[in-house]
Design a protein around this ligand. Structure first.
Ligand SMILES: [Mg+2]
Length: 273
């Protein structure tokens, strides 16, 4: 991983947009710092197509797609994307499969939930669970005291025993039934909205993240960045980002934005939208 300051002018100029993880990449200690939110506005004004890629729930994504300076959002680990269509004046939803399908697996999801809480009593159901449409999120360090690696492994084992997919973020283990993931839904979103093919997408979009659940994105996109806090996971990761910021979380995100804007001189215009 090279320092982000080494990113070349031509690399910066290739960029059509930025894909970014939220927790511990855009945030620090659970908050979006002023620098990061202001950097997001700067990138938006510079004309970059911005998409947060997250495991966070549909309820949050509704808010983010409407109110943040972004072009849409991929949520619940790739179960859907939402974007606000200015012309139609409404929020549009694109699901991998309709949310009603989840009802067919309700009993199984309930069984997984009970088994996890019985076997790993220190784990909790994520407090954002009521706002989810597709997956079950188990909290291991957001609102509960941090669990051990062994306990996190036990949670994953329950999901896989039941044939569910799962991903470990920096705070939750998310499990679901369905053949979707963040990378596939991200490519679908860009293809459908910008009419770009896979090769062009992987070359013209940069991804920034912080943890092992971002590895498929680091692998796929030619330009990828890790915020400095990725270092704690790096020894265990197979695919690392090309560049790394010198600051953690929110401040690392702002550092990346500043470098891209400076190297491309894309200051944008102050138009408030
Ligand atoms: Mg993260």
């Amino acid at each position: 991983m090279e320092l982000i300051s080494k990113m070349s002018i031509s690399e910066c100029e290739t960029l059509r947009g930025i894909l970014f993880d939220i927790d511990d990449t855009f945030t620090s200690g659970g908050k979006i710092l002023k620098d990061a939110y202001s950097a997001l506005w700067d990138l938006h004004k510079a004309g970059l197509f911005l998409i947060p890629i997250t495991g966070r729930p549909a309820g949050w994504c509704d808010h983010i797609a409407r109110m943040w300076p972004v072009d849409g959002i991929v949520g619940e680990n790739g179960a859907f994307y939402f974007y606000y269509n200015k012309k139609e004046g409404k929020l549009l939803h694109r699901y991998f499969f309709p949310p009603e399908e989840v009802a067919k697996k309700k009993k199984e999801i309930e069984a997984i939930k009970k088994e996890i809480l019985r076997k790993i009593p220190r784990a909790g159901i994520a407090t954002d669970q009521p706002y989810r449409l597709f997956d079950l999120a188990i909290d291991f360090s957001e609102d509960v005291s941090p669990l051990t690696e062994r306990e996190i492994g036990q949670i994953c084992n329950v999901f896989s025993k039941h044939g569910a997919r799962y991903k470990i973020s920096s705070i939750h283990v998310n499990g679901w039934f369905g053949d979707y993931d963040k990378l596939t839904m991200t490519r679908t979103f860009i293809k459908e909205r910008l009419n770009m093919d896979k090769e062009e997408i992987d070359r013209k979009f940069l991804f920034i993240g912080d943890s092992p659940n971002d590895e498929p994105m680091f692998k796929a996109f030619l330009l990828s960045v890790g915020v400095a806090n990725i270092k704690r996971f790096a020894p265990k990761m197979k695919f690392l980002p090309k560049y790394i910021t010198s600051a953690n979380g929110s401040l690392g995100f702002a550092e990346m934005a500043r470098i891209i804007i400076d190297k491309t001189h894309k200051k944008g215009v102050e138009n408030g939208d």
